[in-house]
Design a protein around this ligand. Structure first.
Ligand code: MN
Length: 426
């Protein structure tokens, strides 16, 4: 089925501001609370949110086989379960309905009043019920930097790293949408030189600039997903901030890996941009040497050219860009991550979320965490308000953004904006 919605020449009868992340070629999916306190599934063009539940009730999807209540839900899981063919039919139909020359809804003011909202009238929710969350460690630059700091500068990558996408199972209960503040966690840390831990607020609070993809029901228990088919089971991507307390992490992580230093919060951007919308922005991933084992060997361009940025906004309102990087730097691709995740028969469900791991580029201004930017707290990072940071302070707001750009079309993810609150006094 052709991806008609990706045609760069399309324009919409809805206004789209210059440099908007949401032209008619994007058509992301999300869940929002309307001005009437109703939760619905929707999409976005420019600064308008579109209620897909209402559109469906008014008959605008009558030619697509959909259950009546598919969009009248508080998560996208059932829609995602319908599979790629349905996602494409719906995205193409939305595209058609909002094209400049289409009069169906454009001439119907009554229907527009029911289905259109401005962004300030709605409140974005988590788009999916996330059953399971896995986080990878797939940026070679990030893994090398962390290995240099924590282990041996001459052998920064462990022997397995170039042979498989290393990952761990995270915690889905604390994944939150943009706008929800994060409280600095309390926990055990081992002060430098001490032989006993102390308890208190984390002093090394950090972000991790990542992207995450959301899967559909992909396999039966015991059945691996073949690498050539893996992308068929990826619904779309969001920006992902995997909050990390480095001092808690350092004390607890051996021998089983991340635990309380990671599971207090992870933030996502609320609109899921479909893999279909990202199709024009495919690029080759970094050359892999040694060549991966056959079950991880991929053909064609399996990465995406997504510009990423992380900013910090301080209490005076000033904003400093800390890092600019790109999703294309990831050594292991999403297809390889999904193929590896299921090679032992692990079952993947609709709404599972798989994080890329911190995305660091090759240069110091492209590192995806404070840990790397301040090189483990050995460098001060200057901010626009005249202060400096090694790690994050209370009341800082971390903002992550991402977009693709080609042939005059910009497809973006919006942003994740999260304010840090002081730790609870325990
Ligand atoms: Mn992470």
């Amino acid at each position: 089925m052709p991806l008609k919605a990706n045609d760069p020449s399309l324009t919409s009868w809805l206004p789209v501001p210059e440099n908007s992340d949401f032209p008619i070629q994007n058509i992301p999916f999300g869940v929002f609370l309307t001005r009437d306190d109703i939760i619905t599934i929707g999409t976005r063009i420019g600064d308008h949110a579109i209620d897909l539940g209402a559109l469906h009730q008014l008959g605008y999807f009558r030619d697509i086989p959909l259950t009546d209540d598919i969009f009248l839900q508080d998560t996208l899981n059932d829609f995602i379960s319908d599979g790629k063919k349905t996602w494409r039919l719906v995205r193409n139909r939305i595209s058609e309905l909002f094209q400049k020359n289409n009069q169906e809804l454009q001439k119907n003011q009554e229907h527009q009043k029911i289905v259109l909202f401005t962004m300030d009238e709605i409140e974005m929710q988590l788009p999916v019920q996330i059953g399971d969350y896995t986080d990878f460690y797939s940026s070679k630059e990030h893994a090398t930097n962390v290995g240099k700091m924590f282990r041996d500068p001459d052998n920064a990558l462990l022997p397995n790293w170039l042979h498989l996408p290393v990952g761990y199972h995270g915690r889905s209960s604390t994944i939150i949408p943009s706008g929800t503040p994060v409280r600095r966690p309390n926990g055990q840390t081992l002060p430098k030189g001490a032989d006993k831990p102390v308890f208190g607020p984390s002093r090394l609070l950090d972000f991790e600039l990542e992207m995450a993809f959301i899967t559909t029901d992909a396999n039966a228990l015991g059945e691996p997903i073949k690498i050539d088919e893996a992308e068929d089971y990826i619904f779309g991507l969001v920006l992902f901030n995997d909050w990390s307390a480095r001092d808690l992490q350092k004390w607890e992580y051996v021998p089983l890996g991340p635990f309380l230093g990671k599971n207090f919060a992870s933030s996502i951007s609320p609109w899921i941009v479909t893999l279909d919308a990202l199709e024009p922005f495919r690029v080759a991933s970094p050359k892999q040497d040694p060549h991966p084992l056959p079950y991880l060997a991929q053909k064609g361009k399996k990465s995406f050219d997504i510009h990423l940025e992380v900013d910090i906004r301080t209490e005076d309102g000033s904003q400093t860009t800390l890092s600019r990087t790109n999703f294309k730097y990831m050594y292991w691709t999403m297809a390889q991550q999904l193929a590896h995740h299921t090679i032992n028969g692990c079952k993947v469900n609709s709404g599972d979320m798989l994080g890329s791991g911190t995305i660091s580029g090759p240069t110091p201004d492209s590192y995806g965490s404070m840990l790397e930017l301040s090189w483990q707290g050995t460098k001060e990072i200057p901010l626009a308000d005249g202060t400096t940071r090694k790690f994050l302070k209370d009341h800082d707001t971390v903002v992550m953004k991402g977009y693709c750009s080609r042939d005059g079309v910009r497809i973006g993810f919006g942003e994740i904006s999260t304010k840090i609150l002081p730790a609870l006094e325990l």
